[in-house]
Design a protein. Structure first.
Length: 293
């Protein structure tokens, strides 16, 4: 039995899908929204062997180009067909944010470089080991990453994620670009918002799981204010962030769900190749905090 099944007891009941819109029709609906927003846009819809390959490549006369993958958004629609308008609106909002960034200056070299900075959650244990490894290289070795405390044993660092590679953003490089702590954090969160249309929230009856791309699932807790209306829990939202790709949520006043969440978080933290923390965290006073026992 999967961890998801242990937490939720199987797929939540929902509206039956008698005649769901197929992926081709879904892509056409989104393409129509893009054409309405930008009548001058040139669009091409591509369907691959997998749902995840479906994408819309589009461009504008001013040089702006973008590729929108539709797999996760389509799955969101299948999970809740009645929320089609919301799913498409989220996808369009992401496209509008990318286009605004281009107009505001992301078309230059510095802007493009900063646009690939993303926040990543790690642990204090990871930080200590990474520091030891860096120091073992030599006394003159520069620290290759930035680390900020987040909550409990979780820390925050930053990566540059390009189609070719993923690497940590070093303090030296951040300084070279004029990115202080607040500016760097704001830039990374702004970049992360582009993933919001792809975020799937599954579950029900006070128990939910957040799914993204198995890389930045945990990072999406940093944007919780942007998707909290998609869950309904008793009390304050409580998170298990047990692994990079395992984020579960219930309510602080739901004792049964809390006990289940704590047990599963411990199992995932012990067994996952991308483990983070077995602790539970509560979103309270507009920030993430360790949930007291």
């Amino acid at each position: 039995m999967s961890f998801f099944s242990k937490l939720f007891g199987g797929r939540p009941e929902g509206r039956p899908l008698e005649h769901p819109m197929d992926l081709h029709a879904f892509a056409d609906r989104y393409a129509a929204l893009l054409r309405e927003a930008w009548p001058q846009a040139r669009l091409a819809i591509t369907h691959g062997a997998r749902v995840a390959d479906t994408r819309i490549e589009w461009s504008l006369p001013d040089g702006f180009k973008a590729t929108n993958f539709l797999g996760n958004s389509y799955q969101r629609y299948l999970d809740a067909p009645q929320r089609l308008s919301e799913v498409l609106s989220d996808q369009l909002a992401s496209a509008q944010a990318m286009q605004r960034s281009f107009v505001d200056g992301d078309s230059d070299e510095a802007g493009r470089a900063n646009a690939v900075i993303l926040p990543v959650l790690k642990t204090r244990g990871w930080h200590e080991i990474a520091l030891q490894q860096a120091r073992s290289i030599g006394a003159g070795a520069q620290i290759p990453f930035i680390v900020e405390p987040l909550a409990g044993d979780l820390v925050l660092t930053y990566v540059e994620d390009t189609p070719e590679s993923m690497s940590f953003l070093s303090p030296t490089e951040a300084e070279r670009r004029g990115l202080g702590r607040e500016a760097l954090h704001a830039q990374a969160l702004n970049n992360l918002t582009k993933f919001l249309p792809e975020l799937q929230i599954q579950g029900g009856e006070g128990r939910f799981v957040a799914r993204l791309d198995r890389n930045y699932d945990a990072s999406m807790v940093l944007l919780f204010d942007r998707w909290r209306e998609r869950i309904d829990v008793q009390g304050d939202p409580v998170f298990a962030i047990a692994a990079r790709d395992e984020v579960m949520v219930c309510g602080s006043d739901d004792a049964e769900s809390l006990a289940s969440l704590k047990d599963i978080a411990a199992q995932i933290e012990q067994s996952s190749a991308y483990n983070l923390s077995r602790a539970l965290y509560v979103f309270r006073e507009d920030r993430l905090q360790v949930l007291a026992d």
